[in-house]
Ligand binder design. Structure first.
Ligand code: SAH
Length: 360
């Protein structure tokens, strides 16, 4: 039966649920198929996006996240512009090709202007060579436009869950956390012209297989260019922690995330899919495993080491005691072992985006 599903042109929700529930033997078939499709469609290269988590200050209160506004049990930090630009210089010098700027969510004129200046600064120090992805939450279309014009060309905004009911179980139901608004933001990002990425957390409390299948179909319908999805990892200083005994074991959440990535590769062959860092919090070779079954993007952390401990969205975050240069050597070896090649110095843009542009 699995062979029949894997050879179908279009997968139904039922097919996806079957794939998500497959046993070990069939999972291997799914993974092989996903890897073949990846290599045939986007090739065997892995592209780097040096990740700068420049601040953990956040106005939101998401029930799963360790840096939520109501948690006072962590040190707040905000890198200086100089430190951020230095991280960009590091990425440029090391030929990473691209950078991701991510932080807690702030919405203010000051923040908008600060980011605009930083984007221009990064372009300048890299002679326009570094590609820039940003992941700075929900903003107005005007702000998205400003940042696009300043040099960012990819944006990551996870929908977290495409099921509205589940969305409100993992977020407070108020103005700052509005499902429709998040959707509108994703639409604005596409309209402005970004390569638009979204994603979900896998293994959330209350989440069903049907929810996960719907998440994948949502991404297909929304016609995203990129995806980053990772396992949900409980954090003891958050409200969702009280459901920890109802969660799937970490290893199961890990495998389920890999299955989600593999199925997404089947249904959207030419998009960019990131091997999320949270995978590595469960399995030291987590990201490499993801690359073998469909992922083609990796985000080496280049946040200066002294701050890494405090960007604790979830617990057991890997490599928080290292510096960017340590990560580089370690990662290169791991990727080579996983049988992929690194696209040094290349942007590695989403082919899907390019295909769509071509059709316009
Ligand atoms: N504030 C930005 C990005 C920062 S958070 C935004 O809103 O887009 C980046 C991602 O980390 C979130 O989208 C969420 O999916 C993930 N995350 C947060 N807490 C997590 C947890 N406990 N386990 C796994 N992933 C988590």
């Amino acid at each position: 039966m699995i062979n029949k599903i894997l050879n179908k042109k279009t997968l139904t929700k039922g097919d996806i649920i079957t794939l998500l529930k497959t046993n070990k033997e069939d999972t291997i078939k799914l993974f092989k198929k996903a890897n073949n499709i990846k290599v045939e469609t986007v090739g065997n290269k892995v592209y780097y996006r040096g990740l700068v988590e420049f601040s953990n200050i956040c106005e939101k209160d998401c029930f799963y996240c360790g840096i939520r506004k109501s948690n006072s049990n962590f040190e707040k930090y905000n890198l200086s512009d100089k430190e951020i630009i230095e991280a960009a210089e590091f990425a440029y010098k090391e030929n990473y090709g691209s950078l991701v700027l991510q932080s807690g969510e702030l919405k203010s004129e000051y923040f908008t202007n600060r980011i605009e200046g930083l984007l221009k600064g990064i372009k300048k120090v890299s002679n326009n060579k570094l590609g820039i992805t940003i992941s700075l939450g929900e903003q107005t279309e005007e702000t998205y436009k400003k940042w696009f014009n300043a040099g960012a060309h990819r944006y990551l905004l996870r929908i977290e869950s495409s099921n509205k009911d589940l969305y409100y179980k993992i977020h407070p139901k108020n103005k700052k956390h509005n499902f429709e608004e998040r959707l509108e933001c994703l639409k604005s990002l596409k309209k402005v012209g970004y390569q638009t990425g979204t994603g979900v957390m896998v293994g959330l409390p209350f989440q069903t297989y049907e929810d996960l299948a719907n998440d994948l179909l949502f991404m297909k319908k929304f016609d995203i260019d990129m995806c980053g999805m990772g396992p949900y990892i409980e954090h003891e200083d958050t409200p969702l922690y009280k459901f920890k005994d109802e969660l799937k074991p970490l290893k199961e959440r890990f495998t389920l995330t890999l299955k989600m990535i593999a199925i997404l590769r089947l249904i959207m062959p030419d998009i960019n899919i990131a091997a999320a860092t949270a995978l590595q919090a469960i399995d030291p070779l987590g990201r490499e495993k993801a690359m073998k079954i469909g992922a083609n993007i990796i985000m080496p952390n280049i946040t200066p080491g002294m701050y890494r401990d405090d960007y604790s969205l979830y617990q057991n975050k890997p490599c928080t005691d290292e510096e960017a240069s340590d990560c580089k050597n370690c990662l290169e070896a791991r990727i080579t072992i996983a049988g992929s090649e690194i696209g040094y110095g290349e942007w590695g843009d989403s082919l899907h985006y390019k295909h769509n542009k071509y059709l316009e």
